[in-house]
Write a protein that binds this ligand. Structure first.
Ligand code: HEM
Length: 135
């Protein structure tokens, strides 16, 4: 298994643990419901998406009988996905307690990095899975 694939899976499991603790805290303290965006996105972009990226990078090329087209893009994606998610959640959470234009801008910038990481996956997977004409 490629290193970046394993890293996606390990990161995903860590996000599951952290987001679950936040979920339990939200159950116990209603004021923490202000962080619902952090919990839900750590679950869905962290736990769920990163597990799918990891398993998908490993399994889908094998199912289709074609090697992953751009492994380097996969290595770049793990950085973009984690930096984007962590930055977005950190600056969102800071902005909940101390709203400012600067924090809003940073949240958007890291959210855009997360979106870029999604685009990298989409491009790499489609380039791998879609047969080229004549092949
Ligand atoms: C230990 C496990 C979990 C706990 C204790 C927990 C707890 C919570 C709590 C307290 C809320 C806020 C509900 C409210 O609005 O009053 C919430 C929302 C949410 N959770 Fe979890 N959760 C857990 C696992 C998960 C998992 C595994 C996922 C997805 C993979 C998930 C996705 C979401 C989403 C998307 C929301 C937002 C729902 C909305 O906006 O209405 N949660 N969770």
């Amino acid at each position: 298994m490629d290193r970046f694939v394993m890293n996606f899976i390990i990161a995903s499991i860590i996000y599951l643990g952290v987001a679950s603790v936040l979920g339990v805290c939200m159950l116990g303290d209603e004021s923490l419901l202000a962080l619902k965006f952090v919990h839900s996105h750590m679950m869905l972009l962290g736990w769920v998406s990163m597990m799918i990226y990891g398993v998908g990078y490993h399994v889908l090329p094998r199912f289709s009988g074609r090697p992953l087209r751009y492994p380097k893009i996969g290595e770049l994606q793990i950085w973009a996905a984690n930096i984007g998610l962590l930055g977005m959640l950190l600056f969102y959470a800071l902005g909940v307690y101390n709203p400012s234009d600067a924090l809003r801008t940073l949240t958007v910038a890291f959210g855009a990095t997360e979106a870029l990481s999604i685009a990298l996956f989409l491009y790499n997977m489609l380039a791998t899975l879609l047969p080229k004409a004549g092949h």
